[in-house]
Design a protein around this ligand. Structure first.
Ligand code: HEC
Length: 182
């Protein structure tokens, strides 16, 4: 390589070093970082707030907020098998001697089929019991051995499980329970 060429290279480097750093000398993508971040933040906030609004709407349960169809019941059956069957029984039969208090003061899991008292409660109560536990005035639900599913299941998943449970009741029982929702 000729010396001339080498000198030329060195000259170039030193020149670029001595040039004062100004905004205009930065490559264009650097100037775009802040606007891009602002747009990303705005988008993120939009989705978070939209999610929060939807959650509020859904967490105000009404018995008309859902209409049970075969797909919802099938989804509920799978969710029941995964999250509820270990205590309430694969056939919704509950734990043996479920009316008798255990030595630790808790109750065993009651059945959700026609032999239990699940159908004595409205849809809304069943939803609330599964999501939040009993009303704060009653005996502590969290102590009873029934886990709360507010963090594990979405509202529509809880509704699906409830609709699956109801689909296993005989028609007269469903009618009686439906009257509680009015
Ligand atoms: C770790 C065991 C366990 C699991 C899992 C469990 N439960 Fe329970 N559940 C209980 C117990 C125990 C009770 C009775 C609590 C009491 O009476 O103090 C109960 C009570 C209930 C009741 C009230 C029934 C009534 O007639 O008052 C509902 C509704 C219920 N569970 C729904 C569910 C659903 C839905 C799932 C699944 C998403 C589920 N449970 C999973 C243990 C469990």
């Amino acid at each position: 390589m000729s010396r001339k060429k080498k000198n030329k290279k060195r000259g170039k480097r030193s020149r670029s070093k001595s040039r004062p750093r100004s905004a205009s000398s930065r490559p264009p993508y650097v100037r775009l970082i802040w606007p891009a971040l602002a747009v990303a933040c705005a988008l993120a906030m939009f989705f978070v707030f939209r999610g929060m609004r939807q959650e509020r709407v859904l967490s105000t349960p009404t018995s008309t907020a859902h209409a049970a169809g075969p797909a919802q019941i099938a989804a509920g059956e799978l969710l029941y098998a995964r999250h509820c069957a270990s205590c309430h029984g694969p056939e919704l039969e509950g734990q043996p001697e479920w009316k008798k208090r255990l030595p630790d003061g808790r109750f065993p899991a009651p059945p959700h089929d026609q032999t239990g008292h699940t159908s004595h409660h409205s849809d809304e109560m069943l939803f609330r019991a599964t999501k939040y536990g009993r009303e704060p005035t009653a005996r502590g639900w969290a102590m009873s051995g029934m886990p709360l599913f507010g963090e594990t299941l979405t509202d529509s998943e809880i509704w699906a499980v409830i609709e699956f449970i109801k689909s296993r009741w005989p028609p007269e029982m469903r009618e009686r329970q439906a009257r509680l929702n009015r």
